[in-house]
Ligand binder design. Structure first.
Ligand code: A3P
Length: 314
């Protein structure tokens, strides 16, 4: 069985990122320090592949009541959440004829299975959308004014910064960025990385966490208390999950299994061949010096003050 499934799943490798293929308006591209490539969309730093036409489509798409859009700042566990959601709406199973990234729609992006408006309109429900946008740039326009359900995942920003450094160093869509870690950290804290300022991104969604169509979860809670978090997510989406389905989803989406499963290992996307790095809480300690950590903590305390949101760093 696995041989047929393997070949079906691996039959559509996505092309590597190139400006010519994926950036649409090349004149918009900017190059920052250490070659960091980006474009500005509504004044926010974005990857070159968030093109004007894809972004416009993502903002104007007509959403349905059973649509699900998962979202998060990059490196917050969004692909893990994708696997959970795809299985949640399908009794714990994964589709046999496609990969995880092919099972979701990434509308704002011109790479990885970009679908036309007609294809999106024809896609069967429940449609699951992948997004990394701040609240005010969300898929479907104003989240509070359309029926889509939004699931936002946030992760402690020290681990995000380190994971993002590994992910974008030398990445073609980031201009082969070649800065060292201290430079990257200053870019992160200065809101200069693609998708903009982490604090604005997370707090923008957090402020709307009690809206009936917004569900906010933390990566660390999912790691520590998977069953309870999954049931909370299921209840939000209107799925009553049996113990067997909860167990199946927990097992199949565990880091080690996702990494080797042809459905979820993202191997068809060559740039993501090292995607599964650690999948733990606290890997920031490998990079941060004591001084950097103290600097970070000071800014974190200041920016998070009064929000009621906190994270687990160890
Ligand atoms: P690390 O680089 O710290 O390992 P995103 O999907 O938003 O890009 O996030 C990627 C991060 O989530 C990476 O973090 C990756 O290893 C981690 N991750 C992926 N699958 C995971 C899983 N099943 N459980 C826990 N973490 C996972």
């Amino acid at each position: 069985m696995s041989t047929d499934v393997e070949s079906a799943r691996s039959s559509q490798p996505t092309p590597e990122y190139s400006d010519e293929l994926h950036a649409e308006v090349l004149e918009d591209l900017r190059i920052g320090e250490h070659g960091y490539k980006y474009r500005l969309v509504e004044g926010i730093v974005m990857p070159p592949f968030i093109t004007p036409s894809r972004y416009a489509l993502s903002r104007t798409i007509e959403t349905r009541p059973d649509d699900i859009c998962y979202n998060g700042y990059p490196k917050s566990g969004t692909n893990w959440l994708a696997n959970i959601l795809v299985r949640l709406v399908n009794q714990g199973e994964a589709p046999s004829d496609r990969t995880l990234r092919d099972s979701v729609h990434w509308v704002e992006s011109s790479i990885e299975y970009p679908r036309s408006k007609a294809e999106l309109d024809a896609a069967p429900s429940p449609r699951i959308f992948h997004s990394h946008m701040p609240f005010h740039m969300a898929l479907g326009g104003d989240p509070l004014g359309n029926p889509c359900r939004y699931v936002y995942i946030a992760r402690n920003p020290k681990d995000v910064a380190v994971s993002y450094f590994h992910f974008e160093s030398r990445a073609p869509w980031a201009g082969q960025y070649d800065g060292e870690w201290p430079h990257w950290l200053s870019m992160f804290l200065g809101g200069k990385l693609q998708r903009g300022d982490w604090f604005d991104h997370v707090l923008g969604w957090w402020r709307h966490r009690d809206a009936p169509n917004v569900h906010f979860l933390r990566y660390e809670d999912l790691l520590r208390n998977f069953g309870a978090e999954l049931r909370r997510l299921g209840a939000f989406l209107g799925y009553d999950l049996s113990d067997d389905v909860v167990r199946a989803i927990e097992e199949r989406t565990a880091f080690a299994n996702m990494k080797q499963d042809s459905f979820s290992n993202l191997r068809e996307i060559s740039e993501l061949s090292h995607f599964f790095r650690k999948g733990v809480i606290g890997s920031w300690k490998e990079r941060f010096t004591v001084l950097e950590s103290e600097w970070f903590d000071e800014i974190y305390r200041e920016r998070m003050r009064g929000s009621g949101l906190d994270f687990d760093f160890v």
